[in-house]
Design a protein around this ligand. Sequence first.
Ligand code: HEC
Length: 221
Amino acid sequence: MNKTKSIVVAALIIGLGVSACNSGNMRRNPGKTYAPDMTYSRAYDAYTDNPNFSDKQTSRLPVAGTIAQGHELPDHLVEGDTNAYKTFTTHLRFNEAELEEGKRLFDIYCGICHGQKLDGNGPLYNDGNGKFAAAPANFKDGKYLNMPVGQMYAAIKFGKNMMGSHAAQLDIKQRWQVIAYIKKFQSENGGAPFTFGTAELMASTTAATTTTDTAAADKAK
Ligand code: HEC
């Protein structure tokens, strides 16, 4: 009896081994498709012909008037409308952490030319000895110190002469975040008072200014 049992078990084990090795005959046909919409995409693949459009293109620009994710803030600035550049602004206000993020973005995308010290002398320019021939704006300089924020925004969005557009690198909030960081820096280096802060930040900025003023007044005495 015991012998029969062990023969059966051995046969089963060998059988298993054989069927496991026999993958060459594995059924590869997926069988019946019960929900074809889930199995086969109804969307046209990128770069394939699309019969719904007269030009047959599948990869298209977004429909006019629609807004991409991350770009949900209004921006109607039109290239070349330099009058609008001067007055264009935002309702966005940033706290300390968001300004830090503005600095991080500036250092990544702008610092290489404009310098992490915002002096227009990043490694790519390097006093004219770098790879980039055109002198980037020096944000500590008179001409740029009080540049309207809309004009700065236009430079990021459309580029300016040798500076290329950075619209693809920074979404609309990030562009303003970078500008706020520049403006905060400028306000601390002889520029107009900083106005891009949250109520909380502005309170601390005003307090700091008042302290400095008092110190200056004390000195004057
Ligand atoms: C590849 C180098 C380069 C990079 C990167 C770069 N810039 Fe510039 N930028 C320039 C140069 C060069 C000019 C001077 C253009 C001119 O006036 O001819 C300039 C000018 C500007 C101006 C002045 C625009 C005006 O109307 O005169 C602003 C503002 C500015 N840049 C902001 C930025 C910001 C913000 C970033 C990062 C998002 C950035 N730039 C990245 C090279 C660069």
